[in-house]
Write a new protein. Sequence first.
Length: 129
Amino acid sequence: MEKIILIVDDEAIILLALARELRGTLGKGCRVETALNADSAFQLMDELDREGCELAVVVSDWLMPGMKGDEFLVKVRARYPSIILLLVTGQADDAAIKRAVHEAQVLACVRKPWLSSEIVGLIKSASKL
């Protein structure tokens, strides 16, 4: 069964760039999905659940309209206790990062601009992709 990586960011260019990087380096056995906000991400997660797909990794931006990334990841953690979560941000404050680490149990908080090797390395080592 292919593993799903979901990227959530309100900037389409970020979604395209990161999705392309992950598809290019992770290859077969992995599917990359994207969402522009938390609501769209939850809708996509519902669809994936109905299809019986395995959501393995969620990479989320912090500063998004509607719901900040730390709050989103806390909700994702409650729904998927064993999933790998990453927070990617250029603007998160210390309180938000602490919340993401303690409540959502994120694997890491990666600062924008990210290094492709850092995100790919974290995902590969944590998910065995």
